[in-house]
Design a protein around this ligand. Sequence first.
Ligand code: HEC
Ligand code: HEC
Length: 354
Amino acid sequence: MCRRNKIIIGLVFALVFIPATLFAAHIEYFKSIPVPADNPQTPEKIELGKQLFFDRRLSGDGTMSCATCHVPEQAFADGLDISMSYPTTKNWRNTPTLLNVAFYKSFFFDGRAATLEEQALFPVMSAFEMNKNLDYLEEHIRSVPSYVADFKKVFGGDVTRGRIAMALAAFQRTLISMNAPIDKYLKGDTKALSAEAKKGYELFKGKARCIKCHDGVLLSDSRFHALNVPENPAFVNDPDVKATRRFVAKVYHYADYKKLNEDPGRFLVTNNKKDWRAFRTPTLRNIAQTAPYMHNGIFKTLDEVIDFLNNGGGKGNKVLTPLGLTSEEKKYIKTFLIEGLTGDKVKIKHPDIP
Ligand code: HEC
Ligand code: HEC
């Protein structure tokens, strides 16, 4: 083939194929759930993971399962500003939704777990969440004959903490909520968004600059930014919250943990000053169902979040600037968030616990 033809074919390819794939990427992404090669999805494993997710044996005092905080009927969040905690202790962060976690690149507000398998045992052993000794957990699950049989069937072997985590991860990968109006709109259904929501979407991409961080299929760049959201007043003088922060910081080898008086966010993971109080950009899918907002649940409504952003974020932050949105414009953005981003409902039949 002569050189000129090659260039022409290359150009045609670039013009036709690339925009088509970029457009399709948004929608096609959801069709393939990323699954690690060493933990393939099987119906039996998913069912086992679901039982474990609802089993209160996973907590030290037998009162809490994963579903106590990640409530299926509340988009797998809990509606509280700060999550529940193990008796006599306090939690320090808001319970995030588990919808679409299959697509996350890291887990927790500070990204300290890399996979769902790695994440699953953190809340179980966390002193201020489920507080279950993992050696005891293995014996506890092993004491139930039907679990022993299920682990044998699913994994070909005994109950182990690693396999408990694998089953929990497999179940969570099924919590997919897609087909939101924005997905339909981007596929070409121009009626999927109301006129107000469309205006909100244009502002979201334009004047309000939300897309700078809330982009891609999750409406999150999966990166960490310090917006410096206000402190939750409930934290200021609470010795139990101080204990929780200092405990986590100590576990993460932060030398000054004894003096710690705020949530250091991503800093604990990277030890990099620029990550002080930085948190992962949350997904905005199903945002209408997961109030209150931010890592510490400080904002009860989307209006409060939008006002905070419009004012240029929290004191001393280096990532946001005032937006100058009118009250109409703020309303359009809110309409887009509520109407545009709510996907399929994930209905879960609560399993019988053996
Ligand atoms: C006591 C309440 C509570 C319980 C019980 C609980 N969680 Fe969570 N979960 C939270 C909180 C709070 C966070 C955020 C913590 C953080 O970012 O440091 C979280 C974060 C997560 C995340 C990360 C989500 C994200 O946005 O990155 C996953 C996945 C998760 N939990 C799964 C589970 C599983 C599986 C169980 C049961 C083994 C469980 N949780 C039990 C409160 C709870
Ligand atoms: C510089 C990156 C960045 C920009 C720009 C940005 N956000 Fe965010 N957004 C974040 C981060 C990071 C958080 C979490 C902060 C925290 O928990 O401390 C967040 C939190 C939120 C939340 C709360 C989510 C939840 O589940 O708690 C909403 C809603 C939100 N942003 C909407 C918007 C809108 C609307 C815009 C545009 C007006 C916008 N954001 C612009 C990074 C950004």
